[in-house]
Design a protein around this ligand. Structure first.
Ligand code: UD1
Ligand code: CA
Length: 455
């Protein structure tokens, strides 16, 4: 029974008030619809079909997952939408139906439905709600068997009292869907072809319906507005925080961390409040991250200490390095073990080797810095001549005095010392002391200006 997934994503999402189709609005930086695709593919779905309509071109060009598309040019109802996907499926397929605007269903919940599908059984996810307003209501007979679903707009006052709502998420054989959807009509309050009508038809022809409830109500919550999007974002973030703590990570406040991508963190690492992790981030054991840090697409080895307000992008940080507060690693920064990058220091596309220190107010770009180097406060690599970038090489054991400008391309040889305030434009050989410095002038009997008395 090959598993195929059909995701309805044709809706406009009027209440989002957006030029972007609703299903592309992100949760944790990933379009909602991709959350559904990923959950389905984790269950081994062989094919995922997105039914698109509003903003079809934008959906096609934005979704990065391998999916197939069918266009529903006119939105004639959920039943009609599923029907559009059927030509891409085989009769023997088990079909899971999901929604591009219901992003947080857990794979396990989908799996329960899939496992229940037979030629004569359809599985449906329902949810017991305090207030089921707007939802289709599940109708059951005296022995509790599902007999059908009635939409809010078509329900009798008595049916409206039912508090078991239809999530719309279901699994069935493609052959059954094909047969049943061929028989639905649009004689209802909304003049739509309702997917929900297949249940009464199925029961009439002797099929059975099994139902499951999700562990959490948010698994079936849909997004119609930016407020609902924000609410699901928070739930998703808390779930990720929970997973990190379960894996042995200390979070000073699980409500104040944002993970927008894939984050792995080693045991006994400690993350203070308001940190954001983007893309693929790997953090080793025993790492300490202070408040307000932003780390994206980077690898941080064990024992690193990152102090408050540090920003790290596309970089590699070796074991036991110290960074910040207010340090910035731009793309291509590579720190070997025990390097120190202090406050207001920017490193770009540079290697800082073992144990080297750049502790205060410096810019190091396009550079190779050897081991045990000390770069004094306010040092700048002048890597850009207005047209091209050039490299600076600083060999092992070099000491660069404060406020030095290294005008690239330039090299400072092993163990050389550069005097403070120098502008280095030529290669400095190993073991030399080099400096450029205007001579000190003092003016005797100089009179300090005094303030004129105001008339
Ligand atoms: C639907 C269900 C209802 C359920 C509710 C849960 C039907 C008839 N009703 O109602 O029982 O309680 O979802 O949220 O199925 N869509 C298309 N093409 C269409 C119509 C809809 O792709 O022609 C998509 C929409 O973009 C949306 C989803 O299907 O993502 C649900 O459609 P919507 O019109 O919002 O259905 P509801 O009235 O909410
Ligand atoms: Ca809806």
């Amino acid at each position: 029974m090959p598993l195929k997934v059909v995701i309805l994503a044709a809706g406009k999402g009027t209440r989002m008030k957006s030029a972007m189709p609703k299903v592309l609005h992100p949760i944790a930086d990933k379009p909602m619809v991709e959350h559904v695709v990923d959950a389905a593919s984790s269950l081994g779905a062989e094919k995922t079909v997105l039914v698109i309509g509003h903003g079809a071109d934008q959906v096609r060009s934005t979704v990065t997952r391998e999916v197939e598309y069918v266009e529903q040019t006119e939105q004639l109802g959920t039943g009609h939408a599923v029907q559009q996907a059927l030509p891409l499926l085989n009769p023997d397929d088990t079909v899971l139906i999901g929604y591009g605007d219901v992003p947080l269903t857990k794979p396990d919940t989908f799996k329960q439905l899939i496992d229940d599908v037979t030629d004569s059984n359809i599985a449906l996810l329902t949810v017991i709600m305090e207030d089921p307003t707007g939802y289709g209501r599940i109708l059951r007979d005296a022995s509790g068997n599902v007999t059908g679903i009635v939409e809010q707009k078509d329900a009798t006052p008595e049916q409206l009292l039912v508090n078991e709502g239809n999530t719309g998420i279901l699994a069935a054989k493609a052959s059954a869907l094909n047969e049943l959807l061929g028989r639905i009509d649009n004689n209802n309050a909304q003049q739509e072809y309702y997917l929900t009508d297949i249940f009464a038809l199925a029961v009439k022809q002797g099929m059975s319906i099994t139902t499951h409830q999700p562990d959490h109500e948010w698994e079936t919550a849909g997004v119609n507005s930016r407020l609902q999007l924000a609410e699901l974002e928070r739930i998703h973030q808390l779930n990720q925080a929970d997973a990190l703590m379960t894996a042995g990570v200390t979070l000073r406040d699980p409500a104040r961390i944002d993970v927008r991508g894939n984050l792995t963190v080693g045991q006994d690492s400690d993350i203070d409040i308001n940190c954001i992790f983007e893309g693929n981030v790997e953090i080793g054991e025993g790492v300490s991250i202070g408040p307000n840090c932003l780390i994206s697409n980077s690898t941080i080895a064990a024992g690193v200490v990152i102090k408050a307000n540090t920003v790290i992008e596309d970089s590699i940080v070796g074991e036991n390095c110290t960074l910040g507060p207010f340090a910035r690693l731009r793309p291509g920064a590579e720190l070997e073990a025990q390097a120190h990058i202090g406050n207001f220091v920017e490193i770009k596309k540079s290697k800082i080797s073992k144990g080297s220190k750049v502790n205060h107010l410096s810019y190091v770009g396009d550079s190779i810095v050897g081991e045990g180097v000390n770069i004094g406060a306010g040092t700048i690599t002048c890597n850009y001549d207005g047209a091209n970038k050039h490299q600076t090489i600083i060999e092992d054991g070099v000491f660069i005095g404060s406020c030095t400008q290294l005008v690239a391309p330039v090299k400072v040889g092993k163990n050389a010392v550069i005097g403070a305030g120098s502008t280095i434009t030529k290669e400095v050989a190993a073991d030399q002391l080099a400096f450029t410095r205007a001579p000190l002038k003092t003016i005797e009997n100089w009179q300090k200006p005094t303030k004129k008395a105001s008339g």
